[in-house]
Ligand binder design. Structure first.
Ligand code: FAD
Length: 449
């Protein structure tokens, strides 16, 4: 193959871009096919809100995760290089409000501190369990073992805001132990926007028949067909489509993927995390904290409010009165199915519970629909309880000329932008090695029962 080898990268999110960067640096001919007509970045996507205000809100990733721990997050040097303002999140900068108005804030702060101690204990317990190679249990079990028995709406607000608000699932569905313990400055026409891929013909023999069992060298190039009828061929293809896209039928693989791959794709979770932006003609809330947490009677309806005319967004949103309410899991699915007007009415009612009947009607609402969008089909991945490393190996394993990348293929940082960047970089490097030094036989495990 040497220098003439070509690779198609499917998708221009963080992982696809970083995979392409590695290939390009190695002198390989790369083409990126991206469905969006006017944007790269995938699950990072900003939109003007309120309409015609000249202000932009981020519909997808906005936290640089893991700073302050011992991980090296590759997003950090990027934001420093481009002079992006950022500051640590401080949940003590929060007001708690019950359904019937305000509440004694010192009680809330004491409970928050108590929960923080519980999460420390849970983490220590998890370290011990992993050292002993213990079986996977739910985080809920871990919380209980550390002494956490939520008893009222304040406790549930704290639990939701510190857990569901980040992971988009409940502690009941989430693993306690960390899976990591197992074990264009591109050429000018390298990026093709407005190319929605409909079929990936990834294993074709020289005679045109299915070539699953032929060695790579005896197969003809992969063929990618787009909805507009255009066809691209290359020696290799890297899919960076989200796990949600792979779990649906928006893109056809021909021939059908092997059973071990299909099982792994369907075994992981694609979580639902939705950021609802709502604006008002005037400020009616009396709190000046960045966050307001609501003591919801139904889990997650509507527990977390971020205030955009408080620090640190105050200057940027000057003159606008915008709140961001985040919903997850079943509530996020429900909100996507109903009209924006219904959602607006529900949110305004909750604000009335907190601040009284004088809350004005909202002037605008923005409800992203990541879960029903065929380009994403969800927000980010989580590992279900009981997941095993072999299943993850199968999720990542290439099949002949077809490779997989994306946040879901990062063992340690799945779900995050830095997971996507690290995974894309690794996949790009692996494909370069495969092209330059010959492709090793990648391990996969027969269907795991
Ligand atoms: P994607 O960004 O999904 O890239 C895949 C690309 O493929 C997309 O550009 C898509 O348009 C394209 N595509 C899909 N189908 C087709 C097709 N048929 N044809 C052509 N192109 C196609 N992470 C954090 O680190 N911090 C956060 O605060 C954070 N918050 C988040 C909040 C929300 C609401 C969401 C949705 C995600 C959040 N994440 C966060 C997760 C983070 O955004 C993702 O992990 C990361 O951006 C995924 O990058 P990726 O390259 O793996 O996939």
């Amino acid at each position: 193959f040497a220098q003439a080898t070509s690779v198609i990268v499917l998708g221009a999110g963080a992982s696809g871009i970083f995979a392409a960067k590695q290939l390009k640096a190695a002198g390989i001919d790369v083409t990126i096919l991206e469905a969006r007509p006017d944007a790269i970045g995938g699950r990072m996507h900003k939109v003007e809100f309120p309409p015609k205000s000249g202000r932009f809100v981020e519909l997808g990733a906005n936290w640089i995760e893991g700073l302050g721990s011992n991980i090296t997050n590759p997003v950090l040097p990027l934001v420093q290089k481009w002079g992006v303002n950022f500051k640590p999140t401080d949940f003590t900068n929060t007001t708690y409000r019950s359904a019937s108005g305000s509440f004694d804030q010192s009680v809330f702060q004491d409970r928050l501190a108590a929960f923080s101690a519980i999460t420390e204990m849970t983490s220590e317990l998890s370290d011990k369990r992993m050292a002993a190679d213990a079986l996977d249990i739910s985080l809920r079990a871990g919380y209980r073992m550390a002494g956490w028995y939520p008893k009222d709406e304040i406790d549930y607000a704290i639990e939701w805001n510190t857990f569901d608000y980040e992971q988009a699932e409940t502690p009941d569905d989430f693993i306690m132990d960390k899976p990591a313990e197992f074990g264009c400055g591109y050429g000018s026409n390298c990026l093709k926007l407005n190319k929605t891929v409909s079929e990936i013909r990834w294993a074709v023999g020289n005679d045109g028949v299915s070539a699953l069992d032929l060695p790579v060298s005896r197969q003809s190039p992969v063929k990618v067909t787009c909805k507009d009828g255009s066809v691209y061929t290359a020696d290799y293809v890297i899919s960076s489509f989200s796990l949600g896209v792979l779990q649906n039928v928006d893109v056809k693989f021909a021939p059908t993927l092997p059973d071990w791959k299909i099982q792994s794709i369907h075994s992981f979770h694609m979580a639902a995390y939705t950021k609802i932006f709502i604006s008002f003609p005037s400020k009616f809330w009396t709190d000046n904290t960045e966050f307001i947490w609501y003591g919801a009677t139904r889990r997650g309806e509507f527990t977390n409010w971020q205030v955009f005319d408080a620090a640190p967004y105050k200057e940027y949103f000057k003159g606008e009165h915008v709140l961001l309410c985040t919903v997850t899991d079943q509530v996020a699915f429900r909100i996507e199915r109903q009209s924006d007007e219904q959602t607006k009415a529900e949110l305004v009612q909750v604000l009335k519970n907190m601040y009284g009947p004088k809350v004005p009607n909202a002037s605008a609402i923005l409800v992203p629909r990541w879960n029903s969008d065929p380009l994403f089909r969800g927000s980010f991945t989580n590992w279900p309880i009981g997941m095993i490393k072999e299943e993850f190996d199968n999720l990542v394993a290439p099949i002949n000329r077809l490779w997989f990348t994306g946040e879901h293929t990062s063992l340690e940082y799945f779900g995050y932008v830095h997971g996507a960047i690290l995974a894309g970089t690794k996949t790009g490097d692996d494909v370069v090695k495969c092209i330059k030094n010959g492709c090793p036989k990648y391990p996969y495990h027969p269907v795991i029962h």
